[in-house]
Design a protein around this ligand. Sequence first.
Ligand SMILES: [Zn+2]
Ligand SMILES: [Zn+2]
Length: 490
Amino acid sequence: MKRSKPLYFLTALILSIVALVSGITISAGYDRLDALTSLERVEREHKSLWQRIFESMQNLNWADLFNKLAGVIDWEDFFSHLPANFDWAGFLNSLPADFDWSDFWKHLPKNFDWKGFFEGLPDNFDFRNFLKYAPSDFDYSKLPWGNMTADQLAGIPWDQIPLDQFANIPFEQFSRDQLLNVPWDQLPPEVLGNVPWDKLTDEQWYMLLENPNFPWGPLVGLLGLGLWKYLPDGFRLPEGVLPEGVVPEHDHIWGEWITVDPTCDAPGYRYHRCTFNGCTETQKDDNFTISPLGHKFDANSICERCHRRRLVITSHGTPQGGVTYNGAAHIVEGYDYDEEMLLPEHHVQVSGYYNNAIDVGTYRNTFYATVIDENGNVVSDNYVIDKEYGKIVVTPRKLVITTDSKEKKFDGSSFSVEDLGEPHIIGGDGLVKGHELYAFEFDISDIVLGSWQNSLLYVRIGPPDSAGGHIDMTKNYAIECIAGDLHIYR
Ligand SMILES: [Zn+2]
Ligand SMILES: [Zn+2]
């Protein structure tokens, strides 16, 4: 075989490398080569460099090999002899960090086994450098996504990261610069939704705030109020990014005080409003009030300020002298007002008269009043309705009670309770139905000789209650007692 000298020299160089790295104890050089048997020489000349490297891979010193290769790898040769169980870890770990991958990509076979390759990746593998010459049709889904560090991910073009991989990207490891360099505003909504927002730290959220292009609006649109469970307490979004109706948790930011003037019948006050985006909260100043102005009626009883018409409605009361207690509520219906104050087709409606005037006493006959028009619409706002309440007077029920007259011969003792019997109702208005005289006490004094009156110290009147006692209604009775005579003689 005819050979030119440079080629022969190259072969010698290659052989010397193989010998060096494979631990085979032959030394390179013309002399030694000449000493090989012709068979060996034929075999060697028919084996390429990488074929021979792969065959003698045990105890191979990769670092030394790359040093000798000076960064030049014949990838075509490499790939054509690559064994299935190739030690990618040893290979990749020994490559210089700035290795030129351009020829790797150029000669990469279509059926290349990426699995072994990526399993052998060193921890700090520089994906940015590795992918620099990757063809545009490279299938990025093959990359070991779940195992990448933030730094490694940052080296991968964001538009090449498969959508379903965003949930696995360790954003929580990202530095401020890395976070700011993610093209957030270019990520489609489904990708934004896949980002593991729950893993970001409070500090990182504030970092994102520094990115003027961060898509807060779309993110709020996507996560709604759900976003706020991730945000730090008191975190404020930039102005104008919240959609209407979305009010996140926040510390209110109060604006200027706004004073509301008093009206005829309502006090003036002041309030401030939260200026946080989307918040509608207001807060009243409890220490600030201006008294109502009061109506200022003219000669026609129309207010000069609010132009409402003064309408006095007076409810009726009980007749002179009141009504007698009867155990039930006295409801007095009826009212008066000045019809001339009503506008045409307006009518007064009164309801809800006072319904608790039962016991003896004086009550205000309160009521509700509205003014309605001919269609039944409430038009009370046209009027200042002044209510005047009639009086309901409930007077006590008269009761005339008498006690028996008794006499006996002096025996050293006074009358006993048994001697005196019971008091009797003999007149007045009588007991209310269901009431009874259920307790009494005579004035049995120590007088044992002579005459005195059979006085009652007290009586109790009322209906029985469910507990076996009575409800004391005595206060509703005006009791007149006609006492009998008691006489003890010698
Ligand atoms: Zn607020
Ligand atoms: Zn007024």
